[in-house]
Design a binder for this molecule. Structure first.
Ligand SMILES: CC(C)(COP(=O)(O)OP(=O)(O)OC[C@H]1O[C@@H](n2cnc3c(N)ncnc32)[C@H](O)[C@@H]1OP(=O)(O)O)[C@@H](O)C(=O)NCCC(=O)NCCS
Length: 190
């Protein structure tokens, strides 16, 4: 069985409380599919970060976890008090072989745990895992130019490198994509 990768960070349980909880970052397992599907479903139904309009089933989510981990790509979950509070993974940016050093990230946090450091803890763990796999660069395709996602990626060292205008249409409006990128070799040197 694959060893768990554990990364600990401390975050306030509530902004107005002084108690802290630990964020545990570990590899996703197929048994996390239900929690991951629920988090993604929320963002599919309420936000523009994902251009899906129908939430995938738990079975499809389990298959995705299996496919990504079988490829050797990192798929991480963040746990707070034993509950999955968010997840992040990378896939190869596009299928064609010349893209083999380029990854795309995906990161989603449970709405009950947003703005408490979960996304940052996930992304900070994901980037070295992607570098360990052999990716040289990671691209974030920020659907709907979501300000929270742009801010999170900036906070983790990504630069904005381009935009696609009116690339998506959801909730009756056109959506721009913002492309952000980090060079993992430069990131490791600093
Ligand atoms: C984007 C997302 C993953 C951020 O996760 P999070 O756990 O809420 O983010 P964190 O608490 O770790 O925030 C880290 C930093 O990102 C920035 N940030 C996060 N949310 C922000 C927001 N709503 N507005 C402005 N800045 C924000 C801040 O710089 C923050 O640091 P600070 O809290 O010390 O100021 C989360 O909002 C989410 O799941 N959004 C919907 C899905 C999505 O957009 N995914 C990205 C797909 S590419």
């Amino acid at each position: 069985m694959k060893a768990l990768r554990v990364h600990l960070a401390r975050v306030p349980e509530r902004a107005d409380e002084r108690r802290v909880a630990q964020i545990v970052i570990r590899d996703a397992q197929e048994s996390d599919a239900e929690s991951i599907a629920a988090i993604y479903a929320h963002h599919v139904l309420t936000g523009t970060a994902s251009y899906d309009v129908e939430p995938p089933s738990v079975v499809a989510t389990r298959d995705k976890i299996w496919r990504i981990t079988k490829a050797g790509w990192p798929f991480l979950v963040a746990e707070i008090n034993g509950q999955v509070a968010g997840y992040a993974y990378v896939t190869q940016f596009r299928d064609r072989p010349a893209y083999r050093y380029t990854a795309e990230d995906s990161i989603y946090v449970d709405p009950d745990y947003m703005r408490r450091g979960v996304g940052k803890a996930l992304l900070e763990a994901l980037l070295p895992s992607a570098a360990n796999y052999g990716f040289r660069t990671v691209i974030a395709v920020v659907g709907g130019a979501e300000p929270a996602s742009i801010a999170l990626h900036k906070a983790c060292g990504f630069d904005e490198v381009g935009q696609l205008r009116r690339a998506g249409f959801k909730f009756g409006r056109w959506l721009d994509n913002v492309y952000m990128q980090i060079d993992l070799r430069e990131a490791n040197e600093t």
